[in-house]
Design a protein around this ligand. Structure first.
Ligand SMILES: Nc1ncnc2c1ncn2[C@@H]1O[C@H](COP(=O)(O)OP(=O)(O)OP(=O)(O)O)[C@@H](O)[C@H]1O
Ligand SMILES: [Mg+2]
Length: 242
């Protein structure tokens, strides 16, 4: 962890979410989550339990029905549209269940895109850093390939590097290894853990892979709309939430 270990980068208090519509769907009933700088947390829970809902709210892609959400010390309900845009592009990096790379850009161009959007074009140093990350996830030979000529797993690895491009404080990763074979999944996971400690990035990773979940600093379970840490017994015997 970095020198600011212990500083909270995510704090939610009583976070509730009900999707409104013809049939209101209550999903989250009061989530209290605290994540410190540089911490690596995994979230597990059955399909439909609200994991993606929670990540979307933490990344200001959706709003809670009730409760406080502080990201990097700021109550995000007080942010203007400009403030929210900065939060989404520079404070938080996303890895979604689907990778969302742009087909008309190469792997390298996709990965540096967040820097390009922020600064015009990346410096040589920035390009070299992104290239080194792509090499570390096994994409050294694919830098100039287009997404539709790469496999699903290669696209997802590229998307993970893209999420790191602006050296965000927090990466929200929704099943980042879901499309990968177990060997590649482990390599990608290792890269994320290294980034977490090298740059002090906090990770909140939703995963169905129990082994990876266990390799995080903490495992949290969403169940019946609430979040809790696994009990010692559950950790010992292993729970298969889905
Ligand atoms: N936009 C929406 N409008 C209404 N209901 C929604 C919406 N998005 C999600 N839901 C519902 O909220 C619940 C939680 O969905 P969510 O996507 O957060 O689950 P999840 O834990 O990520 O599941 P999975 O493991 O399958 O990805 C589900 O019952 C889902 O149907
Ligand atoms: Mg989901």
């Amino acid at each position: 962890m970095s020198g600011e270990a212990g500083r909270l980068v995510i704090e939610t208090v009583g976070l509730k979410k009900t999707y409104l519509g013809k049939m209101p769907t209550p999903v989250l009933f009061g989530i209290d989550l605290r994540v410190a700088a540089g911490e690596f947390v995994s979230i597990i829970g059955q399909s439909g339990s609200g994991k993606s809902t929670l990540l979307n709210i933490l990344g200001a892609l959706d709003v809670p029905t009730e409760g406080l959400v502080k990201i990097d010390g700021v109550d995000i309900s007080t942010l203007t549209e400009d403030g929210l845009a900065v939060l989404r592009s520079q404070v938080v990096g996303f890895v979604f269940q689907a990778h969302f790379l742009l087909d008309e850009l190469t792997c390298l161009e996709n990965a540096v895109l967040p820097i390009s959007i922020r600064n015009g074009s990346p410096t040589l140093e920035e390009s070299a850093w992104i290239t080194s990350l792509l090499v570390r996830v096994g994409l050294g030979g694919k830098l100039h390939k287009y997404p539709d000529t790469m496999s699903g797993g290669e696209n997802q690895r590229c998307a993970i590097v893209r999420a790191l491009a602006n050296r965000p404080r927090i990466v929200l990763a929704d099943e980042p290894t879901g499309d990968l074979d177990s060997h590649t999944g482990e390599e990608v996971f290792r890269l994320m853990r290294q980034m977490s400690s090298e740059i002090g990035i906090s990770f909140v990773m939703v995963t169905h892979d129990e082994r990876l979940a266990r390799a995080a600093d903490r495992i949290l379970l969403i169940e019946d709309g609430l979040m809790r840490a696994l009990t010692k017994e559950e950790k010992a015997v292993g729970t298969s939430p889905s």
